[in-house]
Design a protein. Structure first.
Length: 188
């Protein structure tokens, strides 16, 4: 990645695509459950890698950066697709159909949580983000890498330059501290 970023070496970019093609496509295929969508997200991912190559930091590992971009592209694609679902006003729902196309009556039956539940979920999410932000830096870094960025323990350990056992220990301590904070905030 650095060769491409620094020198614009086309061959280096091609090598990255070939190296991660099968692995990344498989990940996107599982994430999106759709071959065409996975192909679109794959192409969009490498377009973003090209466009954002100047933002790649020399001391950073390429694979986690690539997967972050790929995940964001997949989520964006899901959002766009969700907005453009087809709706039939007169089509009857087929028994056991897994089509994304529905009837008007299906639209009226909301599958979303009640407004109160959505509000509680949003509040809980804000509380967790705030509580994580209050953790000591070492614990917060472990939580961010494992839970928010989805890295494996080994990848997080490499990035933090600590043994895998230390990452696990920090996560365990972070979860205990978050649990204590939750108990104090919500059960007192």
């Amino acid at each position: 990645m650095l060769a491409y970023r620094n020198d614009g070496a086309r061959g280096a970019f091609d090598q990255l695509v070939v190296r991660y093609e099968r692995e990344l496509y498989s990940y996107l295929r599982r994430f999106l459950s759709d071959q065409a969508a996975a192909e679109d997200a794959f192409q969009a991912t490498f377009l973003q890698v090209h466009l954002k190559c100047e933002q790649f930091e020399a001391d950073r590992k390429f694979r986690p950066w690539l997967y972050t971009i790929a995940t964001n592209q997949a989520i964006d694609l899901q959002r766009r697709t969700k907005r453009h679902k087809l709706i039939s006003l007169d089509r009857r729902e087929r028994e056991g159909s897994e089509d994304e196309v529905g009837t008007l009556s299906n639209l009226l039956e909301s599958r979303e949580d009640a407004p109160q539940a959505s509000l509680e979920t949003a509040e809980r999410k804000r509380w967790v983000e705030g509580a994580v932000a209050e953790l000591p830096e070492q614990l917060r870094a472990a939580v961010n890498l494992i839970y928010y960025q989805g890295l494996k323990y080994r990848e997080a350990a490499d990035q933090l330059k600590v043994p895998v056992g230390t990452v696990k220990s920090r996560l365990h301590t972070a979860v205990l501290k978050l649990n204590e904070a939750f108990q104090e905030a919500h059960l007192s």
